[in-house]
Every structure is written in structure tokens, then in C-alpha cells.
Ligand binder design. Sequence first.
Ligand code: ZN
Length: 460
Amino acid sequence: MTPTLSFYGATRTVTGSKHLLSVGKAEVLIDCGLFQGPRAWRDKNWEPFPFDPTKLDAVVLTHAHADHLGMIPKLVKDGYKGPVYATPATIGLAKIALPDSGRLQEEEARYHNRHGLRSGAQPIYDERDAFESLKRFKPVRFHERHELPGGANWVYKPAGHILGSAFAEIGLPNGELLMMSGDLGRFNTPIIKDPEIVDYCDYLVIESTYGDRLHSKENPLEKLEECLQWAWQNGGTILIPSFAIGRTQELLYYFRELQNAGRMPRIPIYVDSPMATSVTQVYAQARDEHDDEMKIAISEGESSLEPMGLNYIRDREQSKALNKQTGPQVIISGSGMANGGRIKHHLKARLGNERTLVLFTGFQAEGTLGRDLIGGNPTVSIYGEDVPVAAKIEKMNALSAHADQGEMLHWLSFFKTAPKKTFIVHGEPAAQQVLAEKIRQELGWHTEIPEFGDRYELGN
Ligand SMILES: [Zn+2]
């Protein structure tokens, strides 16, 4: 029987990765992510899966972002009883991220019911479902080949995207290779290893988040230094909305670098996020995944993720107390697009003050508070209140966990022969088109952009 690959997410959109491999008599799901984008996609999170969870034989995860594993608790709730394979660091992060996601779903459902926004709103899953699903996780280390049902096997290779992120290279029974590359990271980013060079596969599935764009070449250290100098001179507070996984740790690393180079004034740094605090511990402990610089620093007794003056805030009351504290200081808090989490309280308290600098460090999607602020709105709405903006709004353009177009083509350039088929997923339609065209022009490869529910035979 010819193996087939079906696409049930990240199809002409960025979130909801779910790819179903049918091989022999077995069904293997690669990633099981939440849809997080436009409403029409998000509604799918509540619908039954487009496949039968009780008939799945294995799940292989590429990394711990919600759009790749956020539906695992629902999969288990709906009857999946098999193993969920992931790298040890991905499991470490899932233990933090999934229960947190369950709590958020519960809160959201309560909010909708209370405000009559959706009658009888139910969480997609709750915190208990999340803890229950964690029992199914089985660690698989990088570079160790393991059997899959149906006569297939697979090996994880570092993807350089976030801690624990992996390509899953799947060996099919006929010896052909299917490369599920998950999210592709960047070369020369701090803390974690670079993406592994791959030079062969028969079928490739590749993301395209930045398929039509190049990242800024701005030096993140210089931008941070400028903001810190401003805070020092003006007694100002720097608010940094930040993702808990990856971005917060990168920022801590850069603060430490600035301090080591004598380029940072003595300013306290507050990480006001229980999740980011736990994630930073996982990052610091995952020695196997650290790049050379990080390993050397640790061997010299240095804690690269602990700049001097760092304080972790877990407690809600302590977080509130920060609102009254005057600068100079740095407060890093979630969420990264300022559409939820503790950062909203800090913004509400400080946006009206001209001694506040808000530093955005990542992409701000349409419809988020972050996008409104970057767009220069003189007044924004937070918790139903109009808040005037007197604060300085700055943006760091260089930080991203995803390869840009040039970096993707660079990674693909190591292939010795063209894959038979290259599937482009995980991108907005425009980005996918541009990347597909580039791959055709520069490499002469055959590309496909699957639609939701499309199934392809992996044969001749
Ligand atoms: Zn990701």
C-alpha cells in the first residue's frame, strides 16, 4: 500500500499544524497544533478532528509551540491512547505550556459565558485534560532512530527554532525519506544549536511564515543599549511584551552580553511571568541543546541567562506592586503581542507616562493591542478603558525564531538532489506563493501548496 500524507492544518494559514501519515496499516500524526489565527480557523478547534483519534497509532511532535502541540489534550480527551513522541526539552516545555493553555481555555470560556458572548461556551479542554495528556508523552533524543508502526521509523534532528525543536526525518518502508521540518530556525542565534544541515530527502514539508520577507539586519544589542541608556538618563521604565518561550531567554542572554561588555547601566530587570520563569529554568538546564558559546560560558561558571539585577516575579501581588515602582527599570512580561497576560496591566498603568518606553520584540498581528501601539494610535483601549499613549513606542526588528526567505533558501541549498515533492505549509497564502516561486526559480524543484484535507500519495 502506498503511504499517503494528509494535511489538516497550517494549510494556507500559519497555525494548527496537523499532518497525517498513513503507512502500512498504521496512522501517524505529525504535530497536533491549535488554530490561533482568524475566527474561521479558530472555530475548528471545537469541531471533531477530521480523523479518528482512537485509530491513530502514534503522534510525533516537532516542537512545543501551541500551534504544533496545543491540541494534544483534546486528542487524548477524544480517545487517543498511543504514545506522543517528543524530544526531552519539548516535553519539559509541554509540561509548562499545556496546563497553562488549559487554564487559559477555561478562563476564556468563563469570560464568554459571563459576558454573554457565546452561550454555553466550553473550553476546548481544561487544565486536568492537559495534565492527563502529559502521561502519554515519551521522550526521544536527537539522532536516535526509532521504529514507528506500519514499518516506518524516524529520527529527530535539531531545527534551531526553539529549545527542543526538531525536524522529524521519517523513513518509509520502501526506504524513501519524508522530512517533516516543523518550523525552521535560524543560523547564529544565541543559546541553542543551529538548524542541522540536511542534504537529502524524497519528500519535504517546509514552513513559509517568512517566505516573502527578509529579517532586518539591525543589531539587537545596539537597539537594547539605546533603550537602556534612555531609561537610565530619564529614570524611565522599559516595558517589554515578550513570548515566554524563546524570546524572553534571548533577551536575558543579550542583557548579560551587554553587561559583560560594560555597555549596560545598573538597571534592575523584572521577569513578570510565572510561565517565562519556569521556561527559563528549562532552557538553562537543557545542556545537550546549548550551542558552543553557551557551553563555554557555563563551563566558566557563568549563567548566561541570568543578567545581574534579574528578579523573577511569580506572585500576583508582587506584580501589582511593580506598577507603583519608578525607574530606571526593565519589566519583561507576556503576552508577546500584548493581547493578554500581565503586560496589559503594566501598559494600562504606564502608557500615559512619558517616562515609559514600550519595546516590541516580535511580530504584532492585526487586531492586537501591540499592533495598535506600533501603529501610533494616540489612545488605545485596555479592559474597556481608553488609555492615552504618552509613552515612547519602539520596535526591535531583528529578532525572530523563524528563518526568513533567504535563510530558508540557504538551508535548502545544501540538498544534493531535488526532493520528488516539496510541500509548502505554515504560511499566509501570499508568503507561500512567493516562496514556492523562489524555490522553482532558484532550485528548479516541484512544489505543492496543500489545501485543508488534501491527501497525497508518497510514491511515484
Ligand atoms: Zn514554532
